[in-house]
Design a protein around this ligand. Sequence first.
Ligand SMILES: O=C1O[C@H]([C@@H](O)CO)C(O)=C1O
Length: 454
Amino acid sequence: MMMQPGTYFYHGHYGMQRSAGLYGSLIVDMADGEKEPFHYDAEFNLLLSDWWHKSVHEQEVGLSSNPFRWIGEPQSLLINGRGQYNCSLAAKFSNSSISQCKFEGNEKCAPPVLKVRPNKTYRLRIASTTALASLNLAIEGHKMVVVEADGNHVQPFAVNDLDIYSGESYSVLLKTDQNPYKNYWVSIGVRGRDPKTNQALTLLSYSATPASKLPATQPPVTPRWDDYNHSKAFTKSIYALMGSPQPPKTYNRRIILLNTQNRLNGFVKWAINNVSLVLPSTPYLGSIKFGLNNAFDQKTPPDNYDSSYDIMKPAPNQNTTQGSGVYSITLNTTVDVILQNANALAKDVSEIHPWHLHGHDFWVLGYGEGKFKDGDEKTFNLKNPPLRNTAVIFPFGWTALRFVADNPGVWAFHCHIEPHLHMGMGVIFAQGVHRVGQIPKQALACGLTGNKQN
Ligand SMILES: O=C1O[C@H]([C@@H](O)CO)C(O)=C1O
């Protein structure tokens, strides 16, 4: 497979392996002789994540229990797998009840310091593999120019801070044009949920200044967690770089996916068009290729939801069904997906969900408030929508995506919040499976395909 140059990461996808720490960065460089459409002198790579003290096993058991036990907010935010718990680099500025971390240098938990030379341009590659947290990153005294999103070039734009949701990646350019005799805070905080987690902090440290010299200033303050206008303003500033592939002008099939939080015999679930995803024990690819119809439930999930459903209120009937969630898509057709957010179980609550598609990029055609309705497609951006593989839905809103089903296989499309996927928040797109060649033996090893050859 041809890999598109850019900033990516990999992770385990079985159970909640990603929450347990099974992930890493994956950077694809430009081919020899090819150049990025922007210049930089050096780069840093920041993979962001969140961390709980409770084991992932205990988290999974809690989520699958009746009564339901939610995982709560993370104990730490991590930068390249490193973070602090009961001390903070910036304790004296942020919260007097926590103590200031004392670093001697080279501690395992110490975050990586970004050591820079003055008057250079640095590329920061930033990716988020958090289990839950939506994040905001800011660098004291420095603007960032966004140039890449999920491996695709975007129209450069300058920001003071950047929102990043689980599953996403960005590259930003940073000019080291400030006083080189000072160090500057790099701060990461939680967005979209009432944060109970300390900021993650590290330093942008100019070569003339030792990293041990902490700034005397307050680290950048993360925008209020529920200031969604701030998040929307950032998200809606992202456009494809001129010359990027444009979307087809029309679609063959439109699938509207209602996102709801539900109950099932007292268990708490998430469901899409009232189907809560349960992954079968036989992997889909082999069972579909070999026509093993009893390997998973063959019921086709609906392409839409009941038009009388009031997305602004808790559902009158909170029950959901469960299923294998497989949408069969005709190969090489254009599919529009409208992700429709709604009120969760509790009154006046609707959360952010970053949706991630395997096997494809999609164009993000637009966002809207309330319920998607006929005529809203007139607001779609068909000229320069960004190509991405992850896009958020905001509380009580919708997000419209378009993709061409040109990659034979079986692909998950799911909320990238790990506990939400575990609770059923995803669907499956199957396309052109007869065109898939040899399936690796390991991918047939379990369930009904256990002794299949192909
Ligand atoms: O899926 C979730 O469950 C909890 C809460 O809704 C019920 O405890 C929460 O904050 C989620 O995101």
